[in-house]
Design a protein around this ligand. Structure first.
Ligand code: PGA
Length: 251
């Protein structure tokens, strides 16, 4: 059966020393009190190699927040999937709405990144989700389906086994406005039906679909209790070990 996962997305927060301290503190909490789900922290690139060396992979996994859409070469400032993998990280977030919006990441670019990440043995946390305008026009289902079709539905079922979906309504990210658990459950069930249509029911039943967007200790239990919500992708509340642990403890 599919995995329950709580993943943190630090975004552009924490310098190296602060990030190392946070990772150490969280790792200590999880070693002392084993989680009932997989826990991942996705950090800025500069933290990866150091953090990889100090966490216990039995309780905590590591991921990047992005990788390049090219394998290697003259792409000043970019970090490849192979480089991410070589740090010891297991995951990479791709398709986050902030990357799509502020860095013009198109479905085609994301498809390249997805292929390179998988070719280099990384697992993918692939983000999808509608804007407020699209939600108000009741277009959330078609937006999510199109984002899947645009960047990940070309994968084989074997490759798909390394993909986790994160549904993140853009209007709920960093706004304090969470989707209600019923709203989230409804669209998670729809997303699972799209996966079933493409890969079959068994693959869909084995796919973890996380909710993201102002998820915190106070609302995580209700969200995670829904049958199609398999965990969360957590921004703000992943920046303090005790806040993040409270979400993990929802499982
Ligand atoms: P948030 O961010 O938890 O701060 O809303 C979630 C995300 O963007 O992954």
């Amino acid at each position: 059966m599919r995995k329950k996962i709580v993943a943190g997305n630090w975004k552009m927060n924490k310098n190296l020393q602060e990030g190392v301290a946070l990772a150490k503190e969280l790792n200590g909490l999880l070693v002392a009190d084993k989680p009932n789900c997989e826990v991942v922290i996705c950090t800025p690139f500069i933290h990866l190699a150091t953090v990889a060396g100090l966490i216990n992979n039995e309780v905590l996994q590591l991921g990047a927040e992005n990788c390049a859409d090219k394998a290697s070469g003259a792409y000043t400032g970019e970090v490849s999937a192979e480089m991410v993998k070589s740090t010891g990280a297991q995951y990479v977030i791709l398709g986050h709405s902030e990357r799509r919006e502020y860095y013009n990441e198109t479905p085609e670019i994301l498809k390249e990144k997805v292929d390179l990440a998988l070719a280099n043995g990384l697992k993918i946390l692939f983000c999808i989700g509608e804007s407020l305008e699209q939600r108000e026009a009741n277009q959330q289902n078609e937006v999510c389906k199109a984002e899947l079709e645009g960047s990940v539905f070309h994968l084989t079922p074997e490759q798909w086994a390394n993909v986790v979906i994160a549904y993140e309504p853009i209007w709920a990210i960093g706004t304090g406005k969470t989707a209600t658990s019923d709203q989230a459950e409804e669209i998670h069930a729809f997303i699972r039906s799209c996966v079933a249509e493409k890969y079959g029911q068994e693959v869909a039943d084995n796919t973890s679909i996380l909710y993201g967007g102002s998820c915190k200790g106070s609302n995580a239990p209700e969200l995670f209790a829904k049958p199609n919500i398999d965990g969360g992708l957590i921004g703000g509340a992943s920046l303090k070990a005790s806040d993040f642990k409270e979400i993990i403890d929802a499982f």
